[in-house]
Design a protein around this ligand. Sequence first.
Ligand SMILES: *Cc1c(COP(=O)(O)O)cnc(C)c1O
Length: 492
Amino acid sequence: MRSHLLNDTTAESYRRSVTEGVERVARKLASTRGPFTGVTPAGLAPVVDAVDLDRPLGDASAALDELEDVYLRDAVYFHHPRYLAHLNCPVVIPAVLGEAVLSAVNSSLDTWDQSAGGTLIERKLIDWTTDRIGLGPLADGVFTSGGTQSNLQALLLAREETGTADLSKLRIFSSECSHFSVQKSAQLLGLGRDAVVSVPVDRNKRMQSVVLAAELEACRAEGLIPMAIVATAGTTDFGSIDPLPEIAALAAEYGAWMHVDAAYGCGLLASRTRRHLLDGIERADSVTVDFHKSFFQPVSSSAVLVRDGATLRHATYHADYLNPLPQALGSARAGGTPSTLAEQIPNQVDKSLQTTRRFDALKLWMTLRVMGADGIGELFDEVCDLAREGFGLLAADPRYDVVVEPQLSTLVYRYIPEAVTSPTEIDRANLHARKALFASGEAVVAGTKVDGRQYLKFTLLNPETTAADIAAVLDLIAGHAEQYLGENLVHA
Ligand SMILES: *Cc1c(COP(=O)(O)O)cnc(C)c1O
């Protein structure tokens, strides 16, 4: 069994099996006819069930053959131009290369003595990101598993910074289109059920700052504490960006922590033509970025950034075996005593909610070293341009109602039949079209509700998708919706 351990004597076998795996995936990517095969859980479950985990195959080729049946053949492929559903991106090759290296070396970023250069690389990327945001000289941050964790950590810091023990008094303000992880974080942080105040959006799905101001005033008048305002820079459904400068001014006026959830919109940080859409983000106390959304990175790759690095101490705990208190440890320099913070051992665990932690930063590092930020920004600009084009198509198409002109790369729309029918039937027809499309495997689109009605959604993150793809998928949706309505007319 030692022959399966990665070490100097098995390096050649590692090279062979990784090459074989990569070749199979490459063949797969070149041959997938649609983003999905349409397999059902009931269809695939017996194939997975039939595998006896206690009878290993002993051989990578055989395991890869089996993987074809249990996974690769029926996976959902985000690189396919007709995968238009969720905030998933096709990945750039330098990042996948980084993934292969980081898994093989298996650094853990919690402490310097488990990662060395990895720690410095992560820190440099954090600095690079805070510079792009404009958070100032004291800024810091840490890589996380995703936007959900980043939001949780940011709100933890915000809670601690209030210095209030009476958690029932704390309020978080976020738009009705903000991510559900805000609500989830409030719950996890022990705030009351009413802690999150949902602020209505305008017709462009951006937080109404006038209502926010009124809510903050009401909060103050009731003797409650405005703990944080969460501005979303790229809402999950609409890609809308809340008015960051107005929100920053209100946060300052009411002494609230300003968190910008740029899980989706962070790609603008690399854009040469759209960076201004994030103006005001530099005034945030904390920012969430998901490199695994608009930086074309493999899952996971995310970070939370803060204006004042000292606030990260709220996530600092010490363990004798891992990261003893600095005084107990002494200096990094042999025989010395730590005279400055910089001389202390850099242990990233002091800033993180996680302990053992992947070296995800390496993927972004490789990406920037090979392609540069402009390369990423260009890709993101392309999908934003495509969304504009798609909006034009939808707006000109009498079969569709499109909700809002996109700021980023999402389109929310619904099929409206020519024949008069009830809104409920239209809901069902759209829902049916989405399911039928998924089952056909020809394209994958998402769905969401707007004012209680069923809508469909394209999240465009694949620069290979064309306007012709969008037009073709709209025709497919119309066909499925009409088929449903035809079959159900008797019930109407
Ligand atoms: C995706 C998303 C999140 C959650 O990020 P995960 O990486 O999925 O945990 C949070 N906020 C917004 C606006 C998002 O789009």
